[in-house]
Design a protein around this ligand. Structure first.
Ligand code: ADP
Ligand code: ZN
Length: 594
């Protein structure tokens, strides 16, 4: 029996994804491996498939109860004997699981790192035939990773106690230092490293000006019908207020943050996974362990702190490989606030440098995917065609006069104003603060009246990026002119600006493009989706455990009319067909007969 045969029989898939097969072969030859693969890349199959081919049991180390539960649920739905041992089981349930392990009735057992390293558990394992250890979320082992967990650091005892059993460590986020540290600690030879591409071509990347972001989000959700998604926000308060606003607008939304108690958090998470809640407004606390494959869009209401978190968060969309949208809203205010957070953090230099990289990404005038991938040391030869910059290449114009107006005002104000007041002065605002300070008497007062406030914000950002001004973060964020700025002001040095497109125009254009790209509305898909929900509720499993969106889409395009034809659909195994598939086949036949 080949790995390909097992893949089709137990998982219903026709072929391996890049890197999967290579690692599986390595493991089947009893070698260790470290696998770095993005979220949604398909890490689970890398140990689940060898687990089925090996004679003994595979032990999977997993940090979260929710994660274990979902994975075991999905395996069972495929007819694969797997269980977990954790504090959610009663004593009799635990005894039952232990006895099934002893009798070699299970192929996979999921445990937490704390339990695994108990002397008693290690002795128990030593009496068994252990085929493979799989360490999920392996970056938790390293203090260099971004989510170090002390209980992971004892995993080095696996090699000492089981020198002949292969170990595969898997993670979606590990830079070079973290990778080496994982290898060193677990005892994996560095030559057994497998790094998959971080590219997720099915995610469209968009950065939008933050103006009217709420309205954009609301309209997008309404247009994307029953598709679910996540809105990441900077503060707990805004997760609640945005969720309430969406609810008032008739959208099935909820919120999630670390201030909720464990019971509330689990409920919100479960409702989302089971498609009972469509939209979650969340802080970054939400996501780890959300194994939901049909998240169709992710919004960042605010600029994230760094590219790593941003990439992980947008990575929660489109795990099933179907087209999915991501949007980041960017404005000056968020940037200044995040700078302050970074400066006040324990490692200001690192945090500021990281913030600068995400800022560059947000302000990019070249393909965003190229920038993102280059952050992970990958290089894309051609522009991606699936980001807003590729879809809408920026046009430039001579911005010297606009820049000179701003620079001249800054000089006349003795470099003692921040961007907000500067814009008011340029626009000739008569508000109290302007008049009482006598700003209306300077020569450039009102010199930029014809340019909107928002447009000015965009131009000031460009003036900043051209290096003509600096923000004095230590002096009330006042703007200071640089040497280069003086050249523009006094020597007429030319500057190019990227043409401003109004938020409304941008939005309209984007919506048009989205409509073109969106998966077509389909009656049968909706029928099957409703049936899936019913089936999931009846079986008390998440909808995606019944069938992934991809599987439903495949049914819609192939219109299978028989048992055999159903087995040709991606993700349908004999076991799954018998367990869930018959009513779906019936619906498809009915639909075709009209
Ligand atoms: P990860 O753990 O890397 O985030 P998963 O293991 O959850 O990713 O896999 C993501 C999705 O891709 C799952 O729905 C999984 O069933 C699917 N998948 C994995 N490998 C394949 C494959 N070879 N062909 C088709 N789908 C696959
Ligand atoms: Zn691009």
């Amino acid at each position: 029996m080949t790995p390909e045969f097992i893949l089709k029989k137990h998982f219903g898939y026709d072929g391996f994804r890049p890197v999967q097969k290579e690692v599986i072969d390595k493991i089947l030859d009893k070698n260790d491996a470290l696998v770095v693969m993005p979220t949604g890349g398909g890490k689970s199959i890398i140990y689940q498939l060898p687990a089925l081919m090996f004679p003994g049991i595979t032990v999977v180390v997993s940090p979260l109860i929710a994660l274990m539960k979902d994975q075991v649920g999905a395996l069972k739905a495929n007819g694969i004997p797997a269980e977990f041992i954790n504090s959610s089981l009663s004593d009799p349930e635990k005894r039952e699981v232990f006895s099934r392990i002893r009798n070699n009735h299970l192929k996979l057992i999921y445990v937490s790192p704390e339990r695994l390293v108990l002397d008693s558990f290690i002795s128990f394992l030593k009496q068994l035939e252990i085929s493979l250890f799989a360490i999920d979320e392996a970056h938790c082992i390293s203090v260099w990773g971004h989510d170090f967990r002390p209980e992971y650091s004892q995993l080095s005892l696996l090699k000492e106690n089981f020198p002949d059993t292969p170990i595969v460590a898997l993670t979606a986020t590990a830079d070079k230092i973290t990778q080496s540290d994982i290898c060193k600690q677990i005892g994996i030879d560095e030559s057994n490293k497998f790094i998959a591409s971080f590219d997720r071509p099915n995610l469209s990347l968009n950065v939008l000006p933050a103006k009217k972001r709420y309205e954009f989000i609301r309209d997008h959700i309404k247009a994307s019908r029953n598709n679910s998604g996540i809105i990441y926000c900077l503060s707990r308060k805004s997760t609640e207020s945005i969720a309430r606003k969406l609810q008032a607008d008739g959208i099935n939304a909820d919120f999630y943050h670390a201030g909720l108690n464990a019971g509330q958090r689990n409920k919100v998470q479960d409702d989302f996974i089971n498609d009972n809640t469509l939209v979650i407004c969340a802080t970054i606390a939400f996501g780890m362990g959300i194994d939901k494959s049909n998240v169709r869009w992710v919004f960042h209401y605010n600029l994230p702190k760094n590219i790593e978190s941003y990439y992980q968060e947008i990575g929660r969309a489109g795990r099933d490989g179907l087209p999915s949208e991501t949007f980041l809203f960017y404005n000056f205010g968020d940037l200044i606030m995040l700078r302050k957070f970074a400066e006040d953090s324990g490692q200001p230099e690192i945090q500021l440098a990281k913030l600068e990289r995400i800022q560059q990404y947000a302000e990019a005038t070249t393909c965003r995917r190229k920038i993102l991938l280059s952050y992970f040391n990958e290089h894309l030869d051609e522009s991606c065609g699936n980001c807003d910059v590729c879809e809408n290449p920026p046009q430039t114009f001579d911005g010297t006069i606009i820049a000179q107006k701003a620079l001249s005002a800054i000089i006349r104000l003795n470099e003692k104003v921040s961007s907000g007041i500067l814009i008011d002065i340029l626009r000739g605002s008569k508000r109290h603060e302007i008049i009482s300070n006598g700003y209306h008497q300077i020569k450039t007062f009102g010199a930029g009246r014809e340019i909107s406030n928002f447009e000015w914000q965009r131009y000031l950002l460009q003036i900043l990026h051209h290096g003509l001004i600096e923000i004095a973060y230590d002096d009330y964020n006042n703007l200071k002119i640089t040497e280069l700025g003086k050249k523009v002001l006094f020597e007429n040095k030319k500057v190019e600006f990227v043409k401003y497109i109004s938020a409304e125009k941008f939005k309209a254009k984007k919506e048009e493009l989205l409509k073109e790209k969106q998966l077509p509305e389909n009656e049968l898909f909706e029928i099957l989706r409703a049936l899936r929900k019913q089936t999931a509720n009846k079986n008390k499993v998440p909808a995606y455990v019944v069938f992934h969106d991809k599987t439903l889409r495949d049914m819609v395009s192939l219109l299978p009319q028989s048992h055999e034809a159903m087995l040709g659909v991606s993700g349908i195994t004999e076991h799954k067909f018998n367990k869930f598939g018959k009513p779906f086949l019936k619906k498809i036949i009915e639909y075709c007969e009209g």
